[in-house]
Design a protein around this ligand. Sequence first.
Ligand code: SAM
Length: 219
Amino acid sequence: MSRIRRIVTAARGIVRYTWTWIQPVPDSDFWSRPPDLPNRHDAYAYAWPRSFLLVGLVAPRLPPDARILEIGCNVGRNLEALRLAGYRDLTGVEISRDALDAHRTYYPDSRARLVQADVTRDPLDLPPADLVFSMAVLMHIPPASEEVVFRKMATLARRWIISIEDESPEHASLLRYYPRRYDAVWPSLGFEQVEERSCADVPGLGAEYVARVFRRGAG
Ligand SMILES: C[S@@+](CC[C@H](N)C(=O)[O-])C[C@H]1O[C@@H](n2cnc3c(N)ncnc32)[C@H](O)[C@@H]1O
């Protein structure tokens, strides 16, 4: 192949790849079948350091028989990390069928219950959990849907909520990013913050992310 033809082929590939990322599709359609490589389930299956952060927040607070629900679990790596830490009652909700189908390929010993649902639209017909958590998920829920999603999570959370989300206002201009302060969100729904931690040192997250632990208030 001539040099010019190679350059044209490479340029076409870059344009096509960029278009898959920026094309104007509704957020739910994008996440149902993400066309870009960084958001395919392969990319999430081995991102263990961020799961270790989660386990470090959960283990001091919840016993192994606690019921735990993850919103936006993707391939379910966080659920597997919790299973390896001794937790048995694990449920994940996720919009992407492909990601859920890959769960037992990656983690054959998992017994996690997986539910395909769009949390912005579908009712979450699940029993309440001791802990409801999300990691890098609520930051992709658009403002028009935030109230309904937060209320569903607050209703399902018997005692604990953990948010590990991008809160950087500078990222508000990015496509499909809706950063917000979760220390304002969960207290307005009856939870008090008991821990806050920067994720600057966590590979796969970074300084824009804040991990926050909330406990249901007495009222
Ligand atoms: C950035 S990924 C994070 C995945 C996983 N929590 C982790 O940290 O590895 C965001 C996840 O949220 C899911 N998601 C986005 N919008 C959703 C919705 N409306 N309902 C259910 N899941 C959704 C995506 O499909 C994707 O798996």
